[in-house]
Design a binder for this molecule. Structure first.
Ligand SMILES: *[C@@H]1O[C@H](CO)[C@@H](O)[C@H](O)[C@H]1NC(C)=O
Ligand SMILES: *[C@@H]1O[C@H](CO)[C@@H](O)[C@H](O)[C@H]1NC(C)=O
Ligand SMILES: *[C@@H]1O[C@H](CO)[C@@H](O)[C@H](O)[C@H]1NC(C)=O
Length: 225
């Protein structure tokens, strides 16, 4: 499984540059996956899913929406890529109604506790915020937006279960870290937020771990300064 993940990541890094191009400006914030056979819940492999509770708008600066750009942005707001070797959860897939069908997450990113190199190793043991990224770029709904399934986990001794209210808490934590001005790797970002209702249903129907959600999706628009 690890080999498959690494391969698809390598492919992704190349494909993103070739297809989108860093300067190609998108025209819409996002398309509602439900309008074209998709879902705002991931497939966790057990008939249930996690809510896609944060969207990074397709109207963000194009570089933010690339593979490398999204990871740099994640670092700027307090996350980094997973600690290799301590990955506990399986990959999930999402259907964003863009004609690509069910596609695995591009990457899973974890809270780094203030140290982008070893921080995620601490997080894997201690719990914390994490998210999976899915890209809405199929030809039937090519917004370029990033759909994030964000959650807050209990520590490894609890088997990395999502804590009660963990989806709403994870979303609100991420948004609070992202808002305003942030920077990493010489790139400075300005982020604004808007809440959207009607994409997700409130409640726990279909939600992994039977955790209830408030149904809010937060739309972030990220502009590189
Ligand atoms: C869409 O995004 C995925 C994940 O980043 C990537 O693998 C794929 O090549 C992209 N497709 C297009 C047409 O840009
Ligand atoms: C998605 O991930 C699963 C689990 O690792 C794997 O079996 C499957 O082949 C992957 N699908 C694609 C399209 O990469
Ligand atoms: C979005 O909703 C959350 C949860 O109710 C709230 O804490 C947050 O302030 C709202 N954000 C905006 C931009 O309205």
């Amino acid at each position: 499984m690890h080999a498959v993940r690494s391969l698809s990541l390598a492919f992704l890094a190349v494909a993103t540059y070739v297809s989108a191009g860093p300067l190609a400006k998108r025209a819409v914030a996002y398309y509602d996956p439900n309008d074209n056979g998709g879902s705002m819940l991931t497939n966790a492999g057990n008939g249930l899913g996690e809510p896609l509770n944060v969207i990074i708008s397709g109207l963000s600066s194009p570089d933010v929406l690339t593979y490398d750009g999204s990871i740099n942005y994640a670092r700027a707001i307090g996350f980094s890529t997973e600690c290799l070797g301590i990955h506990l959860g399986g990959p999930q897939s999402a259907n964003l109604g863009d004609g690509n069908g069910w596609v695995n997450q591009t990457v899973e990113i974890r809270e780094d506790y203030g140290d982008a190199s070893v921080g995620t190793c601490l997080e894997s043991a201690a719990g914390g915020d994490h998210f999976r990224i899915f890209v809405q770029n199929g030809t039937e709904a090519d917004s370029g937006a990033l759909f994030l399934a964000v959650s807050y986990e209990e520590d490894a001794s609890e088997d990395h279960d999502i804590e009660p209210d963990g989806y709403d808490i994870g979303r609100d934590d991420l948004v609070s870290w992202a808002l305003g001005t942030t920077s990493y790797g010489g790139v400075t970002y300005s982020t604004t937020a808007e809440n959207i209702t009607g994409l997700l249903s409130a409640g726990s129907s279909g939600i992994n771990h039977d955790i209830s959600i408030d149904g809010i999706v937060t739309l972030l628009t990220v502009t590189i300064q």
